[in-house]
Each structure stands twice: as C-alpha cells, then as structure tokens.
Design a protein around this ligand. Structure first.
Ligand code: FMN
Length: 393
C-alpha cells in the first residue's frame, strides 16, 4: 500500500483489477450521470478558508454521533453486492471500519449477513433496512438487529423505484448477469478476479434466506419483484418508531420538507444522500441540499451526508455546512477491490490524515470547532456556512 496516496490511487488500482462490468457497476450512476458528476463538482465549488498563527499542534478528529464514538467523522455508506469486488466483501469493510473507529452501515442487499458483519466488528455496525412487501421479512430483519445489539437502523428511503443505469445495461449487469461477448473476454483477461470469485464466497445475498440458504444470483430478480415495495410511507417510520427503541436514521433525505417529516415521524437522524447519483438522475448534489436540511433539522436530529467524498477536505466542507458526520461509499468499495481489507484500511488512513492536515490549515483542533468559513470561487462567503457558524456559537 506504500504507493497509494489517495482515493484516486485506490480507484486506479481497482480499475486494473476488476473486469470492466464490475468496475462500472461500482462507479456508475443513473442515466446521464448528471447527479453523479454534480456531487463532485459542487464539492469542488465550495472552498475553505485558511487561518494562520493558530496553535493546532493537538488536533484530533474524534467525535460522536447517535451515541457512537467515532475516531473520525466518517461512516461507511451501505452498499449491496460488494462480493463482486472481493470475496471478503462486507466483513473486510466492517473490520476496517472498526479498526479506524468508524461505523459500517450494512446493506440489506449485502452478500454477507448481518450476523457475520456484527461478529467481525462488534459495536461498529448499523443495520440498513428496507420496508419490503412482505412485512414479516422486514420484521425478522429488525428482530435480528435487536438480538445482535445493534442500536441504529438506517431506513432506505430512496429505493422504491428501480433506477436505470446505462453502463449496467450495456454490460448486461443484472441478476443474473447476461454479459455480451466483449465482457466475457474482458472478464477472462482478469484471472485474479475470476480465481478469487471461483475460490471465494459465492455471489449470494447473505442477508435473506430461501429454504434456509442464502439467495442465489439467479433467484435475486424474482425475490426483488416479490418484495419491492412502492407503497411505503412516513407512517411506516412512525410504526417503526413505536416498536424500535434504538435510533432511526432515514437515508435519502434531500429536502427541508422531508427532513421535517422525518423528525415528526420519530427519526433521530437524517442521511442526506442521492445514492451517489445511482438512483434519480438530474437532482441536486448532496452538498447543495445539505444547508436546507441542516436548517430544517435545527439541531433536533443528527445529520449525515454522503456523495462524492474523496478527500479529507470534503469531510471538512460537509461539517462546515453543519453535518455531524460525512459518509462515503465508493472509496471503500474501490479500496476493497484494490486490495481487500488492506485497501479499505488504507482508504480510512488517507482520509483521516487528509482531514487532520486540512484542520491544521483551518486553524481548528477539534471537529466541533468546524463550521469554518466556506467561500465560492469568487471569494464570496457562502451564507449557509455563515449561518451554520452563527448557529454553533
Ligand atoms: C456498489 C454500490 C452499492 C450501493 N448499494 C446501496 C444500498 O444497498 N443501499 C443504499 O441505501 N445505498 C446504496 N448505495 C449508495 C451508497 O449508500 C451511498 O449513498 C453512495 O455510494 C455515496 O456516494 P459515494 O459513492 O460517492 O460516496 C450503493 C452505492 C454503491 C457504489
């Protein structure tokens, strides 16, 4: 890992190691990928301001969110089917998250079961749930989380409708995959990946069962068709609130209105996310949506934001706009693909080091000393950041 200095370095290594169809599955977004790109462009358009002659020798990035202590204000966003990157999949990421003092959010579409990741990273796992058509399936998932001592459920809010991802359609990526000849050839040219896949964990959904065993790839489509639920509403959050004593975080919140609804229906946290541009294209970047959410939440719930975080400075920008923590998906999936757990460990190290460096330039020693002033490219102070500073004083 000595020549990996950035998330981009991990991405380049992952690109070499993965068949094109797998790399594109991780990297790609919906339709024209406008939102995918915008997440990055908007982060780049927010600039931080340097302070000088401040003693920052004792910097640390420790914080806490929803009762969980974090060594850095960054959690792992939920990601399904990570088995395609590396057979150690979620278990490797959960272990790396625990080592880094972070939290791993386990996806319902994961290749590994909730039990496996909790075993690998006790106290460091939050469980994502979806409201399935089969309410008993949802209930079983919640009960398992409770038995495992998980204290935070992250509700998938933005998955009622399946998205269209052109890259995946071109590669024939699906459940099961139907790749064209060029992808079969391209995959054969990645023997390391093929071997890991043949010898390692099979590509099942480890979290749900059919006849007592994990769901196989060819069964996934039919399972999803039976369980995909477009009728879930805020009432389901209220019902969940009445039966779950731990934290509830709603993921996919992009507006002040939905933030208020989340709190009214009992959520303890909102997760500002556009699914990394993978679901609904043509919507705002998350960093653009964040100030409105922070304003509407007004300190009544925790705010987490993901989408395009690739540098420690991106975490600082999220916190400067009032988020309690940032989250990231692809950096960890790409780290996993690049080198298994060592790649994920490296992703955490890089982001942690970069955050501490940027804090030195910002003149802060603790993450709760952010918000710091943000400016746009003309040097104008961004009002949302100014409001966040005033609110924190
Ligand atoms: C391969 C992959 C699988 C994903 N699976 C899920 C999922 O199961 N549930 C979910 O809420 N979001 C899922 N997401 C979205 C992430 O949770 C997160 O919102 C997004 O990756 C953040 O953007 P970033 O990748 O730029 O950090 C997935 C993202 C990727 C890249």
């Amino acid at each position: 890992m000595h020549n990996i200095h950035s998330i981009e370095d991990l991405r380049n290594r992952a690109r070499r190691r993965l068949p094109a169809m797998v790399f594109d599955f991780i990297e790609g977004g919906a339709l024209d990928e406008l939102t995918l790109r915008r997440n990055r462009e908007a982060l780049d358009a927010h600039l931080l301001t340097q302070r000088v002659l401040v003693d920052t020798s004792q910097r640390h990035a420790t914080t806490s969110i929803l009762g969980t202590r974090l060594d850095l204000p960054l959690v792992v966003s939920p990601m399904g089917l990570l088995t395609v990157c590396h057979p150690d999949a979620d278990v490797a990421i959960a272990r790396a998250a625990a080592t880094a003092g972070s939290v791993f959010v386990h996806s319902p579409w994961s290749g590994c079961s909730l039990e496996e990741v909790t075993d690998a990273a006790p106290g460091r796992v939050w469980a994502q749930i979806a409201f399935w058509n089969d309410a008993a399936e949802t209930r079983r998932h919640i009960d398992r989380a409770q038995v495992l001592g998980i204290d935070t459920l992250v509700v998938a809010g933005d998955v009622a409708v399946s998205s269209k991802r052109d890259r995946d359609l071109r590669h024939g990526t699906g459940m099961p995959p139907r790749p064209p000849l060029r992808d079969v050839v391209n995959t054969a040219l990645h023997p390391g990946w093929v071997l890991r896949w043949l010898l390692g964990r099979s590509m099942t959904w480890g979290n749900y069962r059919i006849d007592g065993r994990a769901i196989r790839m060819r069964e996934m489509e039919a399972w999803m068709e039976r369980n995909e639920n477009q009728t879930a509403t805020w009432d389901d959050i209220a019902r969940l609130r009445s039966s779950w004593t731990g934290n509830i975080v709603v993921k996919g919140v992009m507006t002040p209105e939905d933030s208020r609804l989340a709190i009214e229906h009992g959520a303890d946290g909102v997760f500002v996310s556009n699914h990394g541009g993978r679901q609904f294209d043509s919507q705002q970047a998350t960093i653009e949506a964040l100030p409105g959410v922070v304003d509407a939440v007004d300190g009544r719930a925790a705010v987490i934001v993901d989408g395009g975080v690739r540098r420690g400075s991106d975490i600082a920008k999220a916190l400067s706009l009032g988020a309690d923590a940032a989250a990231a998906g692809r950096p960890f999936a790409l780290g996993l693909a690049a080198a298994g757990q060592a790649g994920v460990d490296r992703a955490f190290e890089v982001l942690h080091d970069e955050l501490l460096t940027v804090m030195g330039f910002l003149g802060v020693t603790r993450v709760d000393e952010m918000p710091c002033t943000l400016v746009d490219s003309t040097g104008l102070r961004l009002e949302a950041a100014v409001a966040a500073i005033e609110a924190s004083q």
